[in-house]
Design a protein around this ligand. Structure first.
Ligand SMILES: Cc1cc2nc3c(=O)[nH]c(=O)nc-3n(C[C@H](O)[C@H](O)[C@H](O)COP(=O)(O)OP(=O)(O)OC[C@H]3O[C@@H](n4cnc5c(N)ncnc54)[C@H](O)[C@@H]3O)c2cc1C
Length: 464
């Protein structure tokens, strides 16, 4: 499914100006351009004309100035793990690789915060924060960068307790296409000072400016942890249990669901024998073992009352890792099980009390159309993903997938949900954003035009 757009090839004057300024940090090598022409969804592909490996904020400012002068589209690129086509340079131009801005500039343990360059990955920040007894709580599955995560407002398994990236970024420096570098937000824990420009750039997918520095929140590492794994007969039953756990104010560290198809994929791919049922993982944390045991006992009761079976608890880091294995390996196992197929992951989020019915209805639609679709959810947030797959040329199956996707989205929006809980819009969700935000899409375009009147910053993303 290539995304058909005209690639406005960068002219030679622009290329020479970039070469003269950046020397061998600018690459036009085929292999380098190819690595910057796709994201992890692997659905669309388009080469940039050149890739610049930036290593400082000044590089970013200079690249933006050259892009403006020569009318060259510029696409920020960090790790490239996004899933909605966000980093694909659909109009060619310059891919601005920010992975070289990879320094943790400071950790302030007393303020529970760290200041980082945007190319720092979250596992690296966690490695450095650990010695202070602190951690960064947002954990998308891939080893994403802080700048990329801010730009998609990523979340992951920790969001149920600690919030999304938006909730965990205090302040940022952002380079604009007009040459300014602005500071948005504040290092204080809260602020009521004027319009909230920080949150305008979070989730903007690099369409408004380039983030060059972030000050982010860190959290104390919980001293006691336990994870409980539990099987259910249906996905709906598991989701209803998740709603009950949230209602009991247990404040789980993580609350995750995968269905029996994903467990089957893990069993086949890794040679395991996990019971092939919809499964919940509930991780609880506490400063004391006694309090943890009380929460665990209540959690056991709630799971059993909701029809849960095969309950298994794990305390030590090694045991917990083993219990989490099927959840962590689900995506790669599903992909490995169908070589040559294209995968399409969806990402809806609904009000928590509507989750069981939306999951159930979506599952029924998939079954009616005999689709081999699997489900994974950050269910404590009401957020779930359906992973579809089919051979690239299998038109009847793709038609059925898109019809199911459209129906799931219509249902999601009808119950007050959103077309993207955490992956963003990129190229793939523009039609659904237009449905969800029909009344404010025009205003969003006006904001885009204010920051980027010539549409040079990651053009073609979020909306055409
Ligand atoms: C196996 C797997 C599991 C995943 N699980 C989750 C999950 O649980 N939750 C979740 O939210 N996501 C998940 N993702 C998606 C992905 O990890 C996130 O979208 C992540 O935020 C992308 O970060 P990145 O560093 O790879 O950014 P990139 O993909 O490089 O870029 C993402 C977007 O940000 C822009 N950008 C990057 N850096 C900057 C910057 N400094 N300034 C301005 N714009 C910038 C880019 O132009 C692009 O639009 C998963 C992906 C995979 C492959």
């Amino acid at each position: 499914m290539p995304h058909n757009v005209d690639n406005e090839v960068m002219n030679s004057a622009a290329l020479s100006a970039l070469h003269n300024h950046f020397g061998d940090r600018l690459s036009t090598a085929e292999a380098v351009r190819e690595a910057h022409g796709r994201d992890e969804s692997r659905i669309d592909f388009q080469l940039p004309d050149a890739v610049l490996f930036a290593s400082s904020e000044q590089d970013v400012v200079d690249a933006l100035e050259l892009a403006r002068t020569h009318k060259v589209p510029l696409v920020p690129f960090a790790v490239g793990s996004s899933l909605e086509g966000q980093v694909i340079p659909v109009r060619g131009g310059l891919s601005l690789n920010l992975s070289g801005l990879n320094r943790v500039l400071g950790i302030e343990p007393g303020g529970f915060q760290a200041t980082v360059q945007p190319g720092v990955t979250y596992p690296e920040l966690n490695r450095q924060a650990r010695r202070h007894g602190l951690f960064w709580a947002v954990d998308p599955g891939a080893e994403a960068s802080l700048g990329g995560m801010a730009s998609t407002n990523a979340s992951g398994t920790g969001a149920v307790k600690y919030g999304t990236t938006r909730d965990n970024v205090l302040e940022m420096r952002v380079a604009l296409i007009d040459g300014r570098v602005i500071r948005v937000g504040s290092k204080a824990r809260k602020t009521s000072a004027g319009y909230d420009l920080k949150n305008l750039f979070i989730g903007a997918e690099g369409t408004l400016g380039v983030i060059t520095e972030l000050t982010v929140r860190l959290w104390p590492l919980p001293s006691e942890l336990v994870v409980l794994r539990c099987n259910f007969q249906t996905v709906q039953e598991a989701a209803a249990c998740a709603v009950g756990i949230m209602g009991a104010a247990l404040q789980p560290e993580r609350l995750e669901l995968i269905d029996e198809r994903e467990i089957h994929a893990v069993n086949v791919h890794l040679g395991r024998a996990y019971p092939e049922f919809p499964t919940l993982w509930i991780e609880l944390g506490s400063p004391s073992r006694a309090a943890l045991e009380e929460s665990l006992a209540l959690c056991h009761e709630l799971c059993r009352d909701a029809g849960g079976q095969n309950l298994q608890a794990a305390y030590s880091p090694q045991e917990r890792e083993a219990v989490w294995e099927a959840r962590h390996k689900a995506y790669s196992s599903m992909v490995a099980l169908h070589p040559g197929h294209v995968n399409l992951s969806t990402d809806v989020c609904v009000p928590l009390h509507r989750l069981p019915e939306v999951l159930d209805a979506t599952r029924q639609r998939c079954d009616e159309r005999e689709l081999d679709a699997s489900f994974v959810g950050h269910v404590g947030d009401g957020n779930f993903h359906v992973l579809f797959h089919a051979a690239p040329g299998d038109k009847p199956t793709w038609d059925a997938i898109h019809a199911t996707y459209d129906e799931m989205m219509a249902l999601t929006l009808s119950v007050g949900g959103t077309c993207s809980g955490e992956h963003g819009i990129g190229l793939h969700k523009q039609k659904y954003l237009a449905q969800e935000r029909a009344d404010t899409l025009g205003l969003m375009r006006e904001i885009k035009a204010l920051f980027d009147p010539e549409h040079l910053l990651n053009p073609g993303k979020i909306f055409e």
